[in-house]
Design a binder for this molecule. Structure first.
Ligand code: ZN
Length: 307
């Protein structure tokens, strides 16, 4: 298998299910993740090691990771909201953990109940845990609400860039930047990622966009234009947004793969198998809302995947 031009990191089993009220049975989660892997997705964020009392959806996180790591050619990622979550992840074979650190103080306090300073300190503790031999995973600092915040409103670019610097200085292996609430526009994306690249160099990793206001794919394209090679997306745009009824959640994997492949950028993903995985998801979550243009319209006549 050759390396893809763009690595798609499927976040549906974490970001999608986190925002879905219906509990997906553990066996269905395993079936879905297996189907995603079979379609060629090489990185999958499979769960969050959040306190199950806060989000019951991830009460089976250990079992889901244990299954996902048996799948060939898949890097298994887990979200950890804090040091405690990282300790739990360390007991599994997850390849990478991602710690969200908000660029908005107000969002940080409401999301992880810690100030930005306290959350950066959590990152340092996780780096120290691994240095001391207590973990082997890669560590990603995921900067959230980097393009605006539903509580604070505007988030200053200078605040985002200072946080990029702090995440790298704390010892993270990579840093990703997220538009958690779907506020970003392509001009802003180009500016933030280009400036972050000058600070983080090769450690600047993935872009994570939400399609809340319909700009998800445009923002992905803007990120690619300034050198981003890893994009997060979610099958069927699963998740939605509690504040925007009917709105799609994350960028839709199927539509993103279509855009990239039709532009000649290889993703390594097989469309027929990707749509098989979507059927597995639809069966597993009856009554949930599924988005996506490609799944409705199908591939254009004579369409060829990138060679
Ligand atoms: Zn998200």
């Amino acid at each position: 298998m050759s390396d893809p031009d763009i690595l798609i990191s499927e976040v549906g089993p974490r970001d999608g299910l986190q925002n879905t009220k219906i509990f997906m049975p553990t066996e269905a989660k395993k079936r879905w993740i297996s189907a995603l892997a079979a379609a060629g997705l090489r990185e999958i964020e499979v769960c969050s090691f959040v306190n199950p009392k806060l989000i019951a959806q991830f009460s089976d996180a250990d079992e889901v990771v244990a299954h996902a790591v048996t799948l060939p050619n898949v890097a298994v990622v887990a979200l950890v909201p804090n040091f405690k979550g990282a300790e739990r992840a360390a007991k599994t074979a997850a390849r990478k953990i991602s710690l969200p650190i908000s660029a908005s103080e107000a969002h940080s306090v409401s999301n992880v109940r810690k100030t930005i300073d306290e959350q950066v300190a959590e990152l340092s503790r996780i780096v120290e845990l691994r240095r001391a031999g207590g973990a082997t995973f890669e560590i990603n600092g995921g900067i959230s609400t980097a393009f605006g915040c539903t509580i604070q409103g505007e988030v200053k670019q200078a605040d985002v860039l200072r946080l990029v610097e702090r995440v790298v200085a704390a010892g993270a292996d990579s840093v990703s930047i997220a538009d958690t609430v779907g506020y970003a526009n392509p001009k802003q994306v180009r500016e933030v990622f280009a400036a972050a690249r000058r600070i983080a160099g090769a450690k600047l990793d993935a872009a994570h966009f939400h399609n809340t206001r319909g700009l998800g794919l445009a923002n992905c394209l803007a990120a690619i234009e300034v050198g981003v090679r890893s994009l997060d997306s979610s099958m069927a745009g699963l998740g939605g947004c509690p504040y925007a009824p009917g709105a799609s959640g994350n960028v839709i994997t199927e539509d993103l793969v279509f855009m990239l492949e039709s532009m000649g950028l290889k993703t390594g993903i097989d469309f027929a198998k990707l749509l098989d995985a979507r059927r597995v998801l639809e069966d597993a979550l009856p009554g949930a809302e599924f988005h996506g243009h490609l799944a409705k319209a199908g591939l254009p006549k004579g369409f060829k995947e990138a060679a």
